[in-house]
Design a protein around this ligand. Structure first.
Ligand code: HEC
Length: 144
């Protein structure tokens, strides 16, 4: 079952790319799904933290799992198991070092040297609460 889902996700990703005009950023154009962060302690808008305030928080993990599967899984893989399109986030460093890298990437995304988008940035799309909820989920499935 899981393999079938994974295959469907990969095919959806590839299929989508082939439908777009050349030069357009395939994944960057997919509409991000909103993440409802009700129930989490609110963070100050515009004050970016460098460390996850929700580490180990069950509610954050639950919100993050859903946010991840709707917005990140198409590249990073369902249940954070990468099919090879993007890095496997289970191996992202634990703790503050991983947090700092994570928040930079999720806010700003990643571009190739030629300026094309490898990963869209999510700043302005999700609030900071949603970002740290996703980090909480990712850290909960960490592998060495
Ligand atoms: C369009 C595909 C795509 C989507 C959607 C996407 N990413 Fe990425 N992500 C990438 C690629 C490709 C890289 C590698 C970039 C590089 O090599 O510089 C990456 C890198 C990262 C990294 C750094 C990993 C490392 O080992 O250096 C993090 C963290 C990350 N993404 C988190 C996320 C999160 C969280 C989401 C969802 C909110 C997300 N990404 C959505 C494609 C994507």
């Amino acid at each position: 079952m899981r393999n079938r889902l994974l295959l469907a996700a990969v095919l959806a990703c590839l299929g989508f790319a082939s439908l777009l005009p050349q030069g357009a950023s395939a994944h960057g154009d997919v509409t991000p799904q909103p993440i409802d962060t009700a129930g989490l302690d609110a963070l100050k808008e515009g004050e970016w933290l460098s460390e996850n305030p929700y580490r180990g928080n069950e509610k954050a993990k639950e919100i993050g799992a859903s946010g991840y599967n709707q917005n990140c899984a198409r590249c990073h893989g369902l249940e954070v198991i990468s099919g090879g399109l993007a890095p496997d986030l289970r191996y992202l460093e634990l703790g503050k070092t991983g947090d700092e890298w994570f928040i930079q990437r999720i806010r700003h995304g990643a571009k190739k040297p030629d300026g094309s988008t490898m990963m869209p940035g999510f700043e302005g799309t999700f609030n900071q609460e949603a970002m740290w909820a996703i980090r909480t989920y990712i850290e909960s499935v960490h592998q060495e």
